[in-house]
Design a protein. Structure first.
Length: 391
């Protein structure tokens, strides 16, 4: 007796198979799209940074034969494009995760435009309005662990308490770090790398160490230990260490770097390269769109002088709520900004307060500045340019 398959069952199985294949294909497309977007963002940032450096080197003033009268100028173009970001991609991101993403983008914007080492990035006559450019727009999403808001004061605190750039220690005798010693005994590695002995490894044929007239390279499989950090389940000392996620550790352990070895996000913007200011005009709430912008000096800043913050004086942090604690690593001047009904702002420095008429005044500056604002604040007065395509 011959049995024939049920055609209805076959049809159902075929439909289910098609659905599974389609879902798998869509999942792969979404992953590829995410990778593509991240790659495009990195390329955009690299092109912008390169064009900023080239513009500085190529800028030439055109003068009359006597050299007394400026007729114009010439320079290579700025190839910078505003990148739209949605944060966070992680549906379970915490408040601290969101703070970290925002702080990182502010630091990246500062990096793209020369880290404060170029006094006038845009040069006279550049079409970018008010010498200010929006590096990123940020659409902030609600997550399972982030539903309320991040106060500007909390973001400022995060930026001065968490490391952005850490100076690695050791001799870099392996791809991810390592320290040279003058023996061939793995037991001696413990004096150089503060890891459990089971993680320690030794290379007795290191060409790098041979150049230093040393016999061996001590290392682990983890970058944090190799570069001078500590892998631990908890911060060994909050006064001396801070968490640093850029260097890897074994599962369930986190990397901690010594505070003396790093620049925080705030320090980086303020004093890693040239002097810089940082102005935050808003709290962060889910559903709102924000802008991270870079501005070079506009040539005048009446409120800066009134506040006692001349060129190179230090970091300016502006926030919505009065009462931000003064101080912090390297902080010279600290401002707070409180919005008033009618469009004015009260600006407080330490125990004194003074008023600015509107937000436009905060976009006057005599030093390179990073801004975190709402996108609406930028667009309300066209204070910084949003460039969707590089032409």
């Amino acid at each position: 007796m011959r049995f024939f398959p049920n055609r209805k069952c076959m049809a159902k199985e075929t439909i289910v198979s098609i659905i599974i294949l389609t879902m798998g294909f869509l999942l792969i497309l979404s992953i590829l799209d995410s990778v593509k977007n991240k790659a495009e963002a990195k390329t955009t940032e690299a092109i912008c940074k390169g064009s900023v450096v080239l513009r500085e080197k190529s800028y030439t003033e055109i003068r009359d034969p006597t050299g007394n009268l400026k007729l114009g100028s010439a320079a290579s173009p700025l190839l910078c494009k505003t990148t739209d970001k949605y944060i966070s991609d992680n549906k379970d991101a915490s408040k601290e995760d969101i703070e970290g993403e925002i702080a990182n983008l502010m630091a990246k914007c500062w990096n793209q435009f020369g880290e404060g080492l170029i006094q006038d990035v845009f040069k006279q006559g550049d079409p970018i309005s008010k010498n200010c450019f929006v590096c990123y727009t940020l659409s902030v999403r609600e997550t399972s662990k982030f539903k309320d808001e991040i106060k500007a004061t909390d973001l400022r605190k995060f930026m001065f308490e968490n490391p952005y750039k850490v100076y690695q220690k050791g001799d870099n005798c392996k791809v991810n770090g390592g320290v040279c010693i003058n023996t061939e005994n793995k037991e001696d590695c413990g004096s150089k790398i503060s890891a459990d002995p089971s993680y320690l490894l030794i290379d007795k044929k290191s060409s790098v160490c041979a150049k230093y007239s040393k016999k061996s390279c001590c290392y682990t499989d983890y970058e944090c230990w190799n570069k001078g950090g500590i892998c631990s389940g908890a911060n060994p000392d909050g006064n001396l260490y801070a968490e640093y996620n850029a260097w890897g550790c074994p599962s369930k352990l986190k990397c901690y770097a010594k505070k003396e070895d790093y620049y925080s996000y705030g320090d980086y913007i303020q004093r890693f390269g040239g002097s810089g200011n940082m102005i935050i005009t808003t709290d962060i709430t889910p559903g709102e769109t924000y802008a991270v912008s870079f501005g070079s000096p506009t040539g005048n800043c009446g409120w800066c002088t009134y506040a006692g913050l001349g060129t190179g004086a230090g970091t300016v942090v502006a926030a919505l709520a009065l009462g931000i604690p003064t101080g912090g690593v390297g902080t010279v001047g600290l401002l707070t900004v409180s919005a008033l009904f009618g469009g004015g702002y009260v600006v407080g420095k330490a125990t004194s307060e003074f008023a600015v008429q509107n937000i436009a005044e905060l976009f006057e500056r005599d030093i390179n500045t990073i801004y975190l604002t709402t996108l609406n604040q930028i667009q309300s007065g066209d204070y910084c340019s949003v460039v969707s395509e590089v032409k």
